[in-house]
Design a protein around this ligand. Structure first.
Ligand SMILES: [Zn+2]
Length: 115
């Protein structure tokens, strides 16, 4: 059993959980645990300033195009399965079908050459 100590968030005294190995600095109150998590996330992002989940998603979403990428259909470069997992079926279908309409219009006007 560890000696009681003040919570680093609310300053109320608490006894650290035996499972923490004496490292626990925050009491078990939900609001204190949320604050602990918020602080930990802030510290992690300060240590990892280059982490950008949006850019990482974009990189994963757009597949590498093979050399001579003109042979690849524009909509085939998107990982639609990943998109469905991340944003859901309805949004992905809306975006995919919108892309097809735009591509058809571009072909009709000669902006894009058909394969
Ligand atoms: Zn607390």
């Amino acid at each position: 059993m560890f000696a009681a100590r003040p919570c680093s968030v609310c300053r109320r005294w608490f006894r650290p959980d035996a499972m923490s190995g004496g490292r626990q600095q925050v009491c078990g109150a939900p609001e204190c645990q949320r604050e602990r998590h918020r602080r930990a996330c802030g510290q992690w992002h300060a240590r990892n300033p280059d982490y950008d989940p949006h850019t990482r998603f974009m990189i994963r979403l757009v597949k590498d195009e093979p050399a001579g990428s003109r042979s690849v259909m524009p909509l085939e470069t998107i990982d639609w399965n990943l998109a469905r997992k991340v944003v859901g079926l309805k949004v992905t279908t809306l975006v995919e079908e919108t892309g097809k309409v735009i591509l058809r219009r571009a072909r009709d006007t000669g902006t894009v050459q058909p394969k």
